[in-house]
Every structure is written in C-alpha cells, then in structure tokens.
Design a protein around this ligand. Structure first.
Ligand code: G
Ligand code: G
Ligand code: NA
Ligand code: MN
Length: 255
C-alpha cells in the first residue's frame, strides 16, 4: 500500500530517527538504561510517533526494515555516547514479531554489537506477548534463549495486555517484565489496578524476573511502586522520549 511505499522512501531518505527515554532505578534514582523509540520526521506531517504509522509496524516487511534501522542506529549511538564520555548504560530496543521470527536475527545482532565494539549487555530486547502466540512459539523461545546465553537479555513488554501472560513466563526466559502503563495510570485511584500491580511485582520476585513499571507520571504512582518493591520505572515524571542530542544534558541535570 501507499503507507508502506512511503516508509521505504522515508528510510531511504534518512527521515527516521531514534529517540530515547530514560529508565530509572526506583530505589537509587540512577538512570539504568534508555528505551529506543522510533520517530519519523516526515517532510510534510512533522515528527510522527509510531501510532501514526502503526500499519507499517504491523506489516512484516516494513517492520523488519524499521527495526533493522533502529537496531543499527541505536548501537551506533551507544558507541558514540561512550566515545564521548557520556555515561549511558544500555539501550532497550523494541522488536516486532516478524523481526523476532527472522532466522538470522541472532547473528545480525551479534555482528552489529561487534561492529560497534559493544558488549552484549549494552543491548536489551523488548518483545511483545503477541510474538509468543501461534506456530512459531518454539523458534521464538529458542531465539530468546540463544540471545540470553550470548548476554543479550529480553524484556516482556506491555505485560498484562496480551493473552495467557502467565504461561509465557514459563516458556520464555525473559529477564524482565514491563508492566503496561494502563495499570500504572490508576495507582492510588483504583484498588483493582493496585492489586494487579502488587501481584505482578510479587510474581516477578518469586520467579527471579525484574520489573519495570511504564508510564509513571506522578510522585504518588512512584511512591506506591517503590513501596510495592518495583525495581525500575519509566515515564514522563522522569523524562519524555528525547532526541539523542538532548541526552547528555539530561544526564548532567539528572545527576
Ligand atoms: O513513544 P511511543 O509513541 O514511541 O511508542 C509507541 C509504541 O511503538 C511503543 O509501545 C512500541 O511498541 C512501538 N515502537 C516504538 N519504537 C519501535 C521500534 O523501533 N520498533 C517496533 N517494532 N516498535 C516500536
Ligand atoms: O513499547 P511501549 O509501548 O511500552 O513504549 C512506550 C510508550 O509509552 C511510548 O509511546 C512512550 O512515548 C509512551 N510513554 C512513555 N512514558 C509515558 C508516560 O509517562 N505516560 C504516557 N501516557 N505515555 C508514556
Ligand atoms: Na517497548
Ligand atoms: Mn510497553
């Protein structure tokens, strides 16, 4: 379709960017990592977030092309930050289901890390529960396991919004769960959501899986999550997704 052709042209013309949002240790307040989030600087429509080109991110071919760009760009960016003495730790990169099912994903990731002289712990992979449903379940589990053995750990993104979440925790070796922001939004207002978040955190603790809460916007949400023993957090309270040029200043002001 037209959108997909446009994405191809946009990629070829260098219109795509990667922005970064800080992920903070809730106990120490130290910035523990950065989520890489794609943006399209469209010539006529302005700076577009993924919601404006979701159809492309759902399309197997277009999403693989976008994800390849984001992977290469964010690892190069990490190398440049480290060379410049910017104390970034790691980048969390979202991968579409199609990207996760590519047979050559593991060697592609390992050669990009090597090309940028980065150790595997500099990269985290964020996967959606939808990748775990259907025929390719076994190969996806194998890919996540292979990456983990090589030192690239994965997080289960938007946790709680997919199907059969708990069975996925048994089948896939994720290091981390990211609690979807829809559960965080009502903390302090809605006892149901608070009970659900408390259970997710307890489950993570018992299974040895770390927890990041997404979408923290208020101090009240932060305090509740901290009290419940949540490990890390992400949200507008700490920082919005930002252009990479703004990351060094953010870190100076933060620390
Ligand atoms: O900040 P935000 O509007 O950027 O992101 C919306 C959603 O788009 C995210 O939840 C994420 O799932 C998806 N997304 C962002 N960046 C990427 C990317 O590089 N690849 C893929 N596949 N999805 C992304
Ligand atoms: O991959 P994922 O869907 O988790 O990506 C995070 C999405 O959530 C991005 O679209 C990002 O811009 C958005 N986001 C990050 N922090 C906040 C927040 O505090 N509030 C809201 N409403 N959205 C957020
Ligand atoms: Na994500
Ligand atoms: Mn999410």
């Amino acid at each position: 379709g037209r959108l997909l052709d446009e994405v191809g042209i946009g990629l070829a013309r260098n219109q795509f960017e990667v922005h970064y949002q800080p992920i903070v240790d809730l106990r120490t307040q130290i910035v523990r990592g950065w989520e890489a989030l794609v943006r399209w600087r469209h010539p006529t429509k302005g700076l577009l977030a993924p919601a404006r080109f979701m159809a492309a991110l759902m399309d197997p071919k277009a999403s693989v092309a976008i994800d390849d760009f984001v992977l290469a760009k964010s690892l190069l960016q990490m190398r440049q930050w480290l060379d410049g003495g910017i104390p970034v730790t790691c980048a969390g990169v979202n991968v579409s289901d199609a990207q996760l099912k590519r047979p050559d994903l593991v060697p592609t990731i390992m050669s990009l890390l090597q090309a940028n002289d980065l150790t595997p712990d500099r990269l985290k992979i964020e996967v959606l529960e939808t990748a775990f449903v259907g025929q390719a379940t076994k190969s996806v589990a194998a890919t996540i396991d292979r990456l983990a053995r090589l030192g690239v750990v994965s997080a289960l993104d938007d946790f709680g919004t997919g199907h059969a979440s708990l069975i996925h925790l048994k089948q896939f070796r994720v290091e981390r769960i990211k609690i979807d922001r829809s559960f965080v939004a009502n903390l302090g207002k809605n006892g149901y959501d608070q009970a659900i978040v408390r259970c997710m955190i307890a489950l993570g603790r018992d299974l040895g899986i770390r927890i990041t809460a997404e979408g923290i916007e208020t101090v009240e949400q932060l305090e509740i999550l901290r009290r419940l023993g949540c490990d890390c957090g992400q949200g507008y309270l700490f920082g919005r997704p930002m252009h990479p040029d703004d990351v060094p200043d953010f870190l100076v002001r933060w620390h």
